[in-house]
Design a binder for this molecule. Sequence first.
Ligand SMILES: Nc1ncnc2c1ncn2[C@@H]1O[C@H](COP(=O)(O)OP(=O)(O)O)[C@@H](O)[C@H]1O
Ligand SMILES: O=C(O)[C@H](O)[C@@H](O)[C@H](O)[C@H](O)COP(=O)(O)O
Length: 244
Amino acid sequence: MVCSGRRVLHSRRVTPVGPGPGRARAAGPCEPGRVSLGPLGNDDATPPATPQPPEPPPRPPDAPPAVVLIGVSGSGKTTVGALLARRLGWIFADGDRFHSPENIAKMTALKPLSDADRSPWLAQIGTWIDDEGVAGQACVVACSALKRVYRDVLRDGRPQVRLVYLVVPSERLRTRMLAREGHMFAADMLASQLAILERPIPDEGVYQVKSMPTAAQTVDAVLRVAHLEQFLAPGAEQPADSGF
Ligand SMILES: Nc1ncnc2c1ncn2[C@@H]1O[C@H](COP(=O)(O)OP(=O)(O)O)[C@@H](O)[C@H]1O
Ligand SMILES: O=C(O)[C@H](O)[C@@H](O)[C@H](O)[C@H](O)COP(=O)(O)O
Protein backbone atom coordinates (compact mmCIF):
# COMPACT_ATOMS: atom_id res chain seq x y z
CA MET A 1 0.00 0.00 0.00
CA VAL A 2 0.98 3.60 -0.38
CA CYS A 3 -0.10 5.19 2.84
CA SER A 4 -0.20 8.86 2.02
CA GLY A 5 -3.05 9.64 4.40
CA ARG A 6 -4.43 12.23 2.05
CA ARG A 7 -7.19 12.32 -0.45
CA VAL A 8 -5.89 10.88 -3.62
CA LEU A 9 -8.60 12.21 -5.83
CA HIS A 10 -11.50 14.56 -5.59
CA SER A 11 -13.85 15.08 -8.35
CA ARG A 12 -17.35 15.19 -9.52
CA ARG A 13 -20.39 14.17 -7.57
CA VAL A 14 -22.21 11.18 -8.98
CA THR A 15 -25.79 10.09 -9.15
CA PRO A 16 -26.73 7.89 -6.23
CA VAL A 17 -27.31 4.24 -6.91
CA GLY A 18 -30.00 2.00 -5.59
CA PRO A 19 -29.48 -0.81 -3.13
CA GLY A 20 -26.59 -3.10 -3.90
CA PRO A 21 -25.21 -5.90 -1.76
CA GLY A 22 -25.75 -5.06 1.85
CA ARG A 23 -28.36 -4.75 4.50
CA ALA A 24 -30.37 -1.79 5.60
CA ARG A 25 -29.86 -0.53 9.12
CA ALA A 26 -32.97 -1.31 11.14
CA ALA A 27 -34.86 1.52 12.78
CA GLY A 28 -34.47 1.81 16.52
CA PRO A 29 -37.43 2.19 18.85
CA CYS A 30 -37.19 5.98 18.95
CA GLU A 31 -36.69 6.57 15.27
CA PRO A 32 -39.36 8.23 13.12
CA GLY A 33 -41.80 5.91 11.48
CA ARG A 34 -42.33 3.74 14.54
CA VAL A 35 -45.91 3.43 15.76
CA SER A 36 -46.41 4.05 19.45
CA LEU A 37 -49.27 2.06 20.89
CA GLY A 38 -49.52 4.33 23.94
CA PRO A 39 -49.97 3.16 27.52
CA LEU A 40 -51.92 -0.04 27.98
CA GLY A 41 -55.19 0.08 29.97
CA ASN A 42 -55.86 3.65 28.97
CA ASP A 43 -59.36 4.50 30.23
CA ASP A 44 -59.46 8.26 29.68
CA ALA A 45 -61.28 9.95 26.84
CA THR A 46 -58.54 9.30 24.33
CA PRO A 47 -59.51 6.37 22.13
CA PRO A 48 -57.02 3.55 22.35
CA ALA A 49 -54.53 3.52 19.58
CA THR A 50 -55.29 1.02 16.90
CA PRO A 51 -52.54 -1.55 16.65
CA GLN A 52 -50.91 -1.33 13.27
CA PRO A 53 -48.29 -3.42 11.61
CA PRO A 54 -44.84 -1.97 12.12
CA GLU A 55 -43.69 0.20 9.29
CA PRO A 56 -40.65 -0.92 7.38
CA PRO A 57 -37.44 0.72 8.50
CA PRO A 58 -36.80 4.01 6.78
CA ARG A 59 -34.89 3.64 3.56
CA PRO A 60 -31.32 4.72 4.13
CA PRO A 61 -30.59 8.04 2.51
CA ASP A 62 -29.32 7.69 -1.01
CA ALA A 63 -25.59 7.75 -1.12
CA PRO A 64 -23.18 7.67 -4.03
CA PRO A 65 -21.47 4.35 -4.70
CA ALA A 66 -18.64 3.10 -2.54
CA VAL A 67 -16.35 0.33 -3.75
CA VAL A 68 -14.39 -1.69 -1.19
CA LEU A 69 -11.53 -3.73 -2.66
CA ILE A 70 -10.83 -6.69 -0.41
CA GLY A 71 -8.24 -9.43 -0.28
CA VAL A 72 -5.06 -10.38 1.49
CA SER A 73 -1.96 -8.26 1.57
CA GLY A 74 -0.29 -8.07 -1.83
CA SER A 75 -3.46 -8.82 -3.77
CA GLY A 76 -3.28 -5.34 -5.28
CA LYS A 77 -6.02 -3.54 -3.35
CA THR A 78 -4.03 -0.34 -3.09
CA THR A 79 -2.57 -0.38 -6.58
CA VAL A 80 -5.80 -1.36 -8.30
CA GLY A 81 -7.95 0.78 -5.99
CA ALA A 82 -6.01 3.97 -6.63
CA LEU A 83 -6.10 3.36 -10.36
CA LEU A 84 -9.79 2.50 -10.30
CA ALA A 85 -10.57 5.72 -8.42
CA ARG A 86 -8.57 7.69 -10.95
CA ARG A 87 -10.47 6.12 -13.84
CA LEU A 88 -13.78 6.93 -12.21
CA GLY A 89 -12.80 10.33 -10.85
CA TRP A 90 -13.66 9.19 -7.33
CA ILE A 91 -11.83 9.60 -4.07
CA PHE A 92 -9.55 6.80 -2.82
CA ALA A 93 -8.41 5.77 0.65
CA ASP A 94 -6.13 2.96 1.73
CA GLY A 95 -7.55 1.15 4.73
CA ASP A 96 -4.16 1.12 6.42
CA ARG A 97 -4.42 4.82 7.16
CA PHE A 98 -7.25 4.04 9.60
CA HIS A 99 -5.18 1.72 11.77
CA SER A 100 -4.22 2.91 15.25
CA PRO A 101 -0.52 3.36 16.03
CA GLU A 102 -0.86 0.27 18.23
CA ASN A 103 -2.08 -1.81 15.31
CA ILE A 104 0.70 -0.54 13.08
CA ALA A 105 3.26 -1.33 15.78
CA LYS A 106 1.85 -4.81 16.19
CA MET A 107 1.95 -5.59 12.48
CA THR A 108 5.44 -4.13 12.20
CA ALA A 109 6.47 -6.51 14.96
CA LEU A 110 5.10 -9.37 12.80
CA LYS A 111 2.16 -10.03 15.10
CA PRO A 112 -1.15 -10.65 13.36
CA LEU A 113 -4.06 -8.48 14.49
CA SER A 114 -6.91 -9.93 16.50
CA ASP A 115 -10.61 -9.39 15.97
CA ALA A 116 -10.53 -6.86 18.81
CA ASP A 117 -7.69 -4.97 17.10
CA ARG A 118 -9.59 -4.86 13.86
CA SER A 119 -12.92 -3.81 15.28
CA PRO A 120 -12.22 -0.06 15.73
CA TRP A 121 -10.31 -0.05 12.45
CA LEU A 122 -13.31 -1.40 10.54
CA ALA A 123 -15.56 1.10 12.31
CA GLN A 124 -13.27 3.93 11.21
CA ILE A 125 -13.42 2.80 7.62
CA GLY A 126 -17.20 2.61 7.82
CA THR A 127 -17.33 6.12 9.21
CA TRP A 128 -15.15 7.34 6.38
CA ILE A 129 -17.53 5.79 3.84
CA ASP A 130 -20.45 7.40 5.66
CA ASP A 131 -18.80 10.80 5.67
CA GLU A 132 -18.03 10.60 1.98
CA GLY A 133 -21.60 9.53 1.33
CA VAL A 134 -22.99 12.48 3.26
CA ALA A 135 -20.69 14.73 1.23
CA GLY A 136 -22.09 13.20 -1.96
CA GLN A 137 -18.69 11.81 -2.85
CA ALA A 138 -18.32 8.42 -4.49
CA CYS A 139 -15.32 6.54 -3.16
CA VAL A 140 -13.01 3.55 -3.39
CA VAL A 141 -11.36 2.06 -0.33
CA ALA A 142 -8.82 -0.75 0.03
CA CYS A 143 -9.45 -2.94 3.06
CA SER A 144 -8.46 -6.56 3.52
CA ALA A 145 -11.82 -7.52 5.16
CA LEU A 146 -10.61 -11.08 5.46
CA LYS A 147 -13.57 -12.49 7.37
CA ARG A 148 -17.21 -12.36 6.48
CA VAL A 149 -18.05 -10.69 9.77
CA TYR A 150 -15.63 -7.87 8.88
CA ARG A 151 -17.34 -7.45 5.52
CA ASP A 152 -20.68 -7.36 7.27
CA VAL A 153 -19.47 -4.48 9.43
CA LEU A 154 -18.53 -2.53 6.32
CA ARG A 155 -21.75 -3.07 4.43
CA ASP A 156 -24.25 -3.04 7.27
CA GLY A 157 -26.61 -0.12 6.65
CA ARG A 158 -24.66 0.92 3.58
CA PRO A 159 -26.47 -0.36 0.51
CA GLN A 160 -24.18 1.74 -1.66
CA VAL A 161 -21.21 -0.50 -0.81
CA ARG A 162 -19.97 -2.90 -3.48
CA LEU A 163 -17.35 -5.35 -2.29
CA VAL A 164 -14.83 -6.57 -4.83
CA TYR A 165 -12.53 -9.48 -3.97
CA LEU A 166 -9.23 -9.59 -5.83
CA VAL A 167 -8.30 -13.19 -6.51
CA VAL A 168 -4.55 -13.88 -6.74
CA PRO A 169 -2.74 -17.23 -6.50
CA SER A 170 -0.88 -17.37 -3.18
CA GLU A 171 2.54 -18.00 -4.76
CA ARG A 172 2.19 -14.77 -6.73
CA LEU A 173 1.22 -12.88 -3.57
CA ARG A 174 4.45 -13.70 -1.86
CA THR A 175 6.51 -12.73 -4.91
CA ARG A 176 4.75 -9.40 -5.05
CA MET A 177 5.17 -8.72 -1.36
CA LEU A 178 8.86 -9.49 -1.46
CA ALA A 179 9.25 -7.05 -4.33
CA ARG A 180 7.18 -4.33 -2.65
CA GLU A 181 9.31 -1.63 -1.05
CA GLY A 182 8.73 0.57 1.98
CA HIS A 183 5.78 -1.32 3.40
CA MET A 184 5.37 -2.09 7.09
CA PHE A 185 3.54 -5.33 6.38
CA ALA A 186 6.13 -8.03 5.84
CA ALA A 187 5.75 -10.94 3.47
CA ASP A 188 6.13 -13.23 6.46
CA MET A 189 2.72 -12.07 7.63
CA LEU A 190 1.02 -13.37 4.51
CA ALA A 191 0.56 -16.86 5.95
CA SER A 192 -1.40 -15.45 8.89
CA GLN A 193 -3.72 -13.64 6.51
CA LEU A 194 -4.29 -16.68 4.33
CA ALA A 195 -4.97 -18.71 7.46
CA ILE A 196 -7.91 -16.58 8.54
CA LEU A 197 -9.15 -15.61 5.09
CA GLU A 198 -12.78 -16.53 4.54
CA ARG A 199 -13.14 -16.43 0.79
CA PRO A 200 -16.48 -14.92 -0.19
CA ILE A 201 -19.01 -17.55 -1.13
CA PRO A 202 -21.49 -16.95 -3.94
CA ASP A 203 -24.44 -16.00 -1.72
CA GLU A 204 -22.46 -13.18 -0.14
CA GLY A 205 -22.91 -10.79 -3.03
CA VAL A 206 -19.22 -10.03 -3.37
CA TYR A 207 -17.86 -9.43 -6.86
CA GLN A 208 -14.83 -11.59 -7.59
CA VAL A 209 -12.17 -10.44 -10.00
CA LYS A 210 -9.09 -12.41 -10.98
CA SER A 211 -5.94 -10.35 -10.93
CA MET A 212 -4.73 -9.72 -14.47
CA PRO A 213 -1.11 -9.36 -15.60
CA THR A 214 -1.30 -5.59 -15.16
CA ALA A 215 -3.19 -3.44 -12.69
CA ALA A 216 -4.78 -1.50 -15.55
CA GLN A 217 -6.25 -4.72 -16.93
CA THR A 218 -7.53 -5.64 -13.49
CA VAL A 219 -9.21 -2.24 -13.23
CA ASP A 220 -10.98 -2.90 -16.52
CA ALA A 221 -12.20 -6.22 -15.13
CA VAL A 222 -13.40 -4.59 -11.91
CA LEU A 223 -15.30 -1.95 -13.88
CA ARG A 224 -17.01 -4.66 -15.89
CA VAL A 225 -17.71 -7.23 -13.18
CA ALA A 226 -18.93 -4.74 -10.56
CA HIS A 227 -21.08 -2.86 -13.08
CA LEU A 228 -19.16 0.35 -12.67
CA GLU A 229 -18.73 1.25 -16.34
CA GLN A 230 -21.89 3.34 -16.14
CA PHE A 231 -20.01 5.78 -13.90
CA LEU A 232 -17.21 6.42 -16.37
CA ALA A 233 -17.59 9.96 -17.59
CA PRO A 234 -17.13 10.61 -21.29
CA GLY A 235 -13.52 11.60 -21.64
CA ALA A 236 -12.58 9.93 -18.35
CA GLU A 237 -8.93 9.17 -17.99
CA GLN A 238 -7.97 6.26 -20.16
CA PRO A 239 -5.98 3.41 -18.73
CA ALA A 240 -2.30 4.13 -18.68
CA ASP A 241 -0.61 0.78 -18.55
CA SER A 242 1.64 0.94 -15.57
CA GLY A 243 3.67 -2.00 -16.75
CA PHE A 244 3.00 -4.37 -13.89
N1 LIG B 1 -1.38 -7.07 -11.80
C1 LIG B 1 -1.07 -6.41 -10.68
N2 LIG B 1 -2.02 -5.76 -10.00
C2 LIG B 1 -1.72 -5.12 -8.85
N3 LIG B 1 -0.50 -5.05 -8.31
C3 LIG B 1 0.50 -5.69 -8.95
C4 LIG B 1 0.25 -6.39 -10.15
N4 LIG B 1 1.40 -6.95 -10.52
C5 LIG B 1 2.33 -6.59 -9.62
N5 LIG B 1 1.79 -5.82 -8.68
C6 LIG B 1 2.53 -5.28 -7.53
O1 LIG B 1 2.07 -5.99 -6.39
C7 LIG B 1 2.04 -5.13 -5.25
C8 LIG B 1 0.63 -5.09 -4.72
O2 LIG B 1 0.65 -4.36 -3.54
P1 LIG B 1 -0.54 -3.51 -3.03
O3 LIG B 1 -1.23 -2.81 -4.13
O4 LIG B 1 -0.02 -2.68 -1.89
O5 LIG B 1 -1.50 -4.66 -2.49
P2 LIG B 1 -2.39 -4.64 -1.17
O6 LIG B 1 -2.88 -3.23 -1.00
O7 LIG B 1 -3.49 -5.60 -1.47
O8 LIG B 1 -1.52 -5.09 -0.07
C9 LIG B 1 2.50 -3.77 -5.72
O9 LIG B 1 3.86 -3.62 -5.42
C10 LIG B 1 2.29 -3.81 -7.22
O10 LIG B 1 3.19 -3.00 -7.90
O1 LIG C 1 -6.38 -7.12 8.79
C1 LIG C 1 -5.15 -7.13 8.86
O2 LIG C 1 -4.52 -8.06 9.29
C2 LIG C 1 -4.33 -6.00 8.27
O3 LIG C 1 -4.63 -4.80 8.84
C3 LIG C 1 -4.66 -5.83 6.88
O4 LIG C 1 -5.76 -4.98 6.86
C4 LIG C 1 -3.70 -5.20 5.94
O5 LIG C 1 -3.69 -6.10 4.92
C5 LIG C 1 -2.35 -4.90 6.43
O6 LIG C 1 -2.41 -3.70 7.09
C6 LIG C 1 -1.37 -4.82 5.32
O7 LIG C 1 -1.70 -3.83 4.40
P1 LIG C 1 -1.95 -4.19 2.89
O8 LIG C 1 -3.11 -5.13 2.83
O9 LIG C 1 -2.26 -2.86 2.23
O10 LIG C 1 -0.72 -4.82 2.40
